[in-house]
Design a binder for this molecule. Sequence first.
Ligand SMILES: Cc1cc2nc3c(=O)[nH]c(=O)nc-3n(C[C@H](O)[C@H](O)[C@H](O)COP(=O)(O)OP(=O)(O)OC[C@H]3O[C@@H](n4cnc5c(N)ncnc54)[C@H](O)[C@@H]3O)c2cc1C
Length: 409
Amino acid sequence: MAVIPEPTMETPAVPTRAAALEALERFVPHAGGDYARDRNHDTGPQHDNVSRLSPYLRHRLITEREVVAAVLARHPLAACEKFVQEVFWRTYWKGWLEQNPEVWRRYRREVAELVLDEDALASDYRSAVAGTTGIDAMDAWVRELVDTGYLHNHTRMWFASIWIFTLRLPWQLGADFFYRHLLDGDAASNTLSWRWVAGLQTVGKTYLATAENIARYTHGRFSPAGLATSATALVEDPLPPRQAIVPPAALPTGRAGLLLHDEDLDATSLLSEHALAGLTAVAGMADPSDRSPLAVSEAVRRFTIAAVDDAASRVTDARGRAAVTLSADLSSSVLRWARSEGLDCVVAPRAPVGPVAERLAGLGDALAAEGIRLTTVGRRWDDLAWPHASRGFFPFREKIAGLLAQQGL
Ligand SMILES: Cc1cc2nc3c(=O)[nH]c(=O)nc-3n(C[C@H](O)[C@H](O)[C@H](O)COP(=O)(O)OP(=O)(O)OC[C@H]3O[C@@H](n4cnc5c(N)ncnc54)[C@H](O)[C@@H]3O)c2cc1C
């Protein structure tokens, strides 16, 4: 079992479902008017005007559904609408990337090329990631990101804008730097938010950080000089047409083993959604190193492994045996586990477009070669919402009330 770290300045979120539920309970009273009024302010590393739930939601130590349900049990929708919409941003980005996976593949290829490109990694990049640009705000945010694995949403926007338009660094390397350090690092939210700032996501519309806006929302902590005064949108080759979302596969038959992974760590609600019981074996796999060709931070590595370990500790197989956590040499470990348990089928939570989905695709082939089927099971939350994430967020937002009703919320 991995040791679950105590929350410290270096790893501020404890990677357990129990800690996630406590954080949710603390936040719920504030999800009404306080949140809508204060959410854009970054007053310092405590960030008590926002929920700080993202590392938990990102790994589904708690689900979007239960967060929204808890908030709606305390506040009328009119009072907590802003917060509910923010949770749906996560869903929207995932659904959009699911229908446009080439955006992810391109990003991956470009990062792989850039990290070998000495020009791209010249001194400006190195000083940006070392927090020595001389722009006090950027340097402080790099330290905060590296030390805590978190940055406030507004700060992420300023950071990305300064990176792209003032420092003129490749957006892909900035997204990679975030992805390697954020405890909530998420293929869809991160990649698509960076693209949004760069003017690639809403084509031609960029986000320009200004000293006035930064000073106002950091309560005067920062007011950086010398920022770009204009932001010309980046351009890219046209994207291929949107793809249909792959429908869920048929449920398994025979001896089935559950393989948990860090995209969805609440097995209890997932199994009950699918009325799945009588599992022959249960395992969890955790290895965040696939996030980047460069090293992911130690805080991300520890958080991910401990989160999977926590999820594994909450589920047993039909014989009451606890799950094992596989965290090294994953493909061979999963194959060995499936073989030794005599499985006909491995069931995994569906992984949205990103490194875990890539890993599952490879595993599926390796298992199939041994006559073992890999099947993934999704969530109704995603099934209902993702198809609506085909255009911008505003048409998607119009669907939220209907989606909540379909969820019985
Ligand atoms: C450049 C950039 C990169 C980002 N990278 C990531 C990332 O890798 N992973 C990630 O989870 N979020 C990312 N975000 C979105 C957002 O900044 C974080 O989700 C949010 O700051 C998390 O803090 P919180 O839980 O206190 O949010 P709250 O304000 O309390 O919001 C509640 C929840 O809503 C969701 N949410 C809020 N804002 C957004 C948003 N803009 N996009 C998607 N979901 C949102 C999150 O699940 C969050 O936990 C990024 C934003 C930008 C601008």
